[in-house]
Design a protein around this ligand. Structure first.
Ligand code: ADP
Length: 260
């Protein structure tokens, strides 16, 4: 009897643990796992520039008689890394705030021209800062009403334009155009850059994901831009995705519900 009772209890415990894991515990465990992966990746990204700055400062301390001009290279490298840390912490804050839904969204009924006109100015600065020449075409034909936070949508456009310039060789073409698909308004940012493989297409919206990590350290990316863009578009009940043909370029599309 003792053995049978023990066996029954064991079976019940097994079933219970299986059900708990599948139904209620699974999302919790998954989110713990995601959170710890996120913290791990963030710490790793913070450590790289910190290690470089620490190395440069320690080196400068071993040469106390040198002037600032002698140490210009070390100072400039350290400053670049401080700038990287700054942009990383800003991006981490944006993501953390939108996760907690504490970001105040400033929704307003607007037409697309409000966020399509403005990003071109910072975009020109981006192009100039990279000393690249691009042909930029903007086709904006659909006049619809949207209920959006204009600044946030501008931020999405800037992320996509920044990427288009980063991953497109000189003399490429970047186009921005719009399209109506039923009750959805789409904005498309297309480039003639390096393209994205089918496997990477599924991963690039993930936090800290970069196709080529070594190259991207130099181009300044942390793999957070598209994650932020996705978070903003999700908050607008929209969708963001990519169409890409290796190696002829990429098309990033984001769609927003049309306000009737
Ligand atoms: P990053 O700061 O590294 O650009 P993102 O989250 O914006 O981070 O993009 C993630 C990765 O997706 C990039 O590292 C790059 O490998 C790839 N990617 C993004 N945009 C493009 C593009 N227009 N063309 C080719 N690859 C791209």
């Amino acid at each position: 009897i003792l053995i049978i009772t023990f066996f029954i209890f064991w079976i019940i415990a097994l079933i219970l643990s299986y059900v708990l894991t599948r139904i209620s515990m699974f999302p919790i465990i998954k989110s713990w796992k995601q959170q710890s992966e996120f913290v791990n990746d963030a710490a790793h990204e913070l450590r790289t520039p910190l290690t470089i700055i620490q190395g440069k400062l320690e080196y400068m301390l071993t040469k106390p008689h040198k002037t600032i001009i002698d140490e210009a290279e070390s100072i400039s490298v350290s400053l670049d890394e401080v700038n990287r840390l700054n942009s990383l912490t800003n991006n981490l804050l944006i993501l953390a705030r939108s996760d907690q839904a504490t970001t105040k969204m400033d929704y307003k009924i607007t037409t697309p021209e409000f966020f399509l006109k403005d990003p071109i100015m910072p975009f020109k600065e981006i192009i100039n800062s990279q000393n690249k020449v691009f042909q930029v075409n903007i086709h904006h034909k659909n006049d619809v009403k949207l209920n959006v936070d204009r600044d946030k949508i501008k931020q999405v456009l800037i992320i996509l334009l920044d990427n288009a310039t980063k991953y497109t060789p000189e003399n490429g073409t970047i186009r921005i155009y719009d399209y109506i698909d039923g009750s959805k308004y789409q904005i498309i940012v297309s480039d003639t850059g390096i393209g994205i493989s089918d496997t990477d297409k599924k991963k690039i919206f993930g936090r800290f994901y970069r196709v080529d990590k070594s190259r991207n350290h130099n181009s300044g990316g942390h793999g957070l831009g598209l994650a932020i863009a996705q978070q903003i578009i999700n908050n607008h009940h929209g969708k963001i995705f990519v169409r890409s043909n290796l190696p002829t370029g990429s098309e990033f599309i984001f769609e927003l519900p049309i306000k009737h």
